[in-house]
Write a protein that binds this ligand. Structure first.
Ligand SMILES: N[C@@H](CCC(=O)N[C@@H](CS)C(=O)NCC(=O)O)C(=O)O
Length: 217
């Protein structure tokens, strides 16, 4: 299988970390793709009408996206303990943590649009502040709600890859005053799956170029 990936995407990393955790990473050929809503990538659009990574390409079968669905699919391909619990409160806890992680990434991306990605005259500070409010409220929620002692599940993978990316991009800090969350994250980051998938690279946007040079990166 091929994974359309991006070395600086938290969602793509989530799918790849999940693959490592369930022992399937060696079945994937990882192919880097740059994506941005302002710079169309036809290779990605050919497989996903949303033009986003990650996308999992399967031989003789239709592509699978997004990261939630890729993880759910990979979870059906291995013989070990399911990382998406099949029933009970564990299931809802794992899926809810995953949902918060998805929201963290979305909010972080929006903050970046309103701070570095959008040309300065088009930025809207109240929107930036609203998304920062979602980040900090979600950090607080995770600090008190994340089931840090239970066996690794998809929610852990999603939260760790989201927090890793937020830190990588210098977005609002999640550590100060949230020791439980920070300690858990520091431990999770030591896992082989996380160490095998470091983030790197800049976002490549298109759109209007400033007279002085490139579009914001
Ligand atoms: N819900 C999707 C989000 C994927 C996503 O937003 N990927 C970003 C990279 S971090 C992307 O490809 N963005 C391009 C765009 O928004 O056009 C998932 O979980 O996979």
């Amino acid at each position: 299988m091929k994974l359309l990936y991006q070395t600086h995407s938290p969602y793509a990393r989530k799918a790849l970390v999940f693959a490592h955790e369930v022992g399937l990473a060696n079945t994937l050929e990882v192919i880097h793709q740059e994506t941005s809503p302002t710079l169309r990538n036809d290779v990605v659009f050919a497989e996903n009408p949303l033009g986003k990574v990650p996308v999992l390409l399967r031989p003789e079968r239709s592509p699978i996206f997004d990261s939630d669905v890729i993880c759910a699919y990979l979870d059906t391909l291995h013989g070990g303990r399911r990382l998406i619990p099949e029933a009970g409160e564990e299931r809802w806890q794992a899926l809810e943590a995953q949902a918060v992680a998805q929201g963290l990434c979305e909010a972080g991306i929006q903050v970046r649009w309103e701070t570095v990605r959008r040309p300065e005259p088009l930025r809207y500070p109240p929107l930036r502040d609203g998304y920062i409010g979602k980040l900090t409220a979600s950090y607080d929620w995770l600090d008190s709600h994340l089931d840090v002692a239970s066996p690794v599940h998809v929610g852990h993978v999603a939260v760790a890859t989201a927090l890793g990316w937020l830190e990588f991009r210098g977005l609002p800090d999640f550590r100060r005053g949230r020791e439980r969350l920070a300690d858990w994250f520091d431990r999770f980051e030591q896992r082989a799956s996380m160490r095998a998938t470091p983030l790197s690279g800049d976002t490549v946007d298109g759109g209007v170029r400033s007279p002085g040079g490139d579009a914001p990166r």
